[in-house]
Write a new protein. Structure first.
Length: 368
């Protein structure tokens, strides 16, 4: 039987299918064993190698010595009056991240975090206001999905409680590409969660080179945090815009959409009272998006401590939406969910130690 020279057991949640096949082969085992183990982990949600009955006893004993299946531990679980569930996950050294499940009649969406905090400091987001600690590992990203599936009673071939996954939790996903890509592949992998590519969405504040990298690496849906139709205002709302202004961002969106059947970009637009919600701004948005059409998702601003912003009144949001629809755009208003447990869009803050100085934040924002 092959032996391993590793001193620390490998967390198998860090490996997508190809990574796990390579790992097994590198240690003298057949590649097909990876497929068997993947099904045990993700279809059966099994962590005990002894229970993996189609593996020989020597291999099970070897795995016990050289591998673990370890997802972040759940510190707390909160239930909203509207059915939304929020988990606080332990990611070590006193840090915790948040993950949210949003049930609807025809779908169940899981909002997943990619970083402990966020360095981009978007002015309307609670996570950015808290600062940045570190990137999550692949096991910590896919582990959120795995733990949620266990808690919800999700079954890969039965009750599919999780039908959609959005990388819209804490952090900027495209600043953590090495860990993000294997996690996305596992979300879409038939031997894991088996979601259709269109049901997995990555949201970004607009890292142009990383959008191009994502396009060449995986086929998933893209959402862009736009929030303004002109650079001056977007610079205030999304400081990253100073590095990658709107013209560059839309060009990247056009490249991402090219060649993808039924794969247009979703533009996220947080509605902030008196800031970006007036008719003139809707007209600017219409003119802007004629270059690269896509769905517009209007998001009522959700308050958090320390913010001076207020949500646009419902009639203002409705009028803004109507202007977009009259111009021929698909425009939806995201229903606010989980606000009573601070689980709504823009409210996730987790519990972590900020390791970024102001100088470091500026460096991360402009030197990407």
């Amino acid at each position: 039987m092959a032996t391993s020279t590793a001193t620390t057991p490998t967390n198998l949640l860090d490996l997508d299918r190809e990574g796990m096949r390579q790992w097994f082969v590198a240690h003298g085992h057949s590649a097909f064993r990876a497929d068997q183990v993947l099904k045990w982990i993700y279809h059966q949600q099994q962590t005990d190698f002894d229970a993996m009955s189609n593996l020989g006893k020597p291999l099970r004993e070897w795995l016990q010595q050289h591998a673990v299946i370890r997802a972040p531990a759940i510190l707390s679980e909160q239930h909203s009056s509207d059915g939304t569930v929020k988990w606080l996950f332990d990611v070590g050294t006193g840090n915790a991240i948040e993950t949210v499940y949003i049930p609807e009649p025809n779908r169940g969406t899981l909002c997943v975090s990619s970083q402990v905090g966020c360095a981009l400091n978007c002015s309307f987001c609670a996570t950015g206001a808290q600062g940045f600690n570190r990137n999550l590992a692949t096991a910590e990203i896919i582990g959120q999905v795995w733990q949620a599936a266990r808690r919800l009673g999700h079954q890969r071939n039965g009750a599919r409680r999780i039908t959609n996954i959005v990388m819209m939790g804490m952090g900027e996903p495209l600043l953590n590409m090495p860990a993000l890509l294997p996690a996305l592949r596992l979300m879409c992998e038939d031997l894991a969660f088996g979601l259709a590519a269109r049901r997995v969405t990555v949201s970004t504040a607009g890292l142009v080179p990383a959008i191009d990298e994502l396009s060449s690496a995986v086929d998933v849906s893209l959402a862009v945090s736009l929030h303004a139709a002109e650079d001056k205002l977007r610079n205030e709302l999304v400081p990253l815009n100073r590095k990658y202004p709107i013209e560059q961002l839309l060009a990247a969106c056009a490249r991402y959409s090219k060649g993808r059947i039924k794969r247009s970009v979703t533009y996220e637009y947080t509605m902030i009272d008196g800031v970006n919600d007036q008719p003139a701004q809707a007209r600017k948005l219409v003119r802007l998006l004629q270059q690269v059409p896509g769905k517009v998702n209007l998001i009522p601003f959700n308050p958090f401590p320390g913010s001076s912003y207020r949500c646009s009144p419902e009639p203002v949001i409705a009028a803004f939406q109507q202007q977009l629809m009259t111009a021929g755009f698909v425009a939806t208003v995201r229903r606010t969910r989980g606000q009573d447990i601070d689980a709504a869009c823009g409210q996730l803050a987790g519990d972590f130690m900020d390791r970024t100085t102001r100088r470091e934040r500026i460096r991360l924002q402009v030197a990407l």
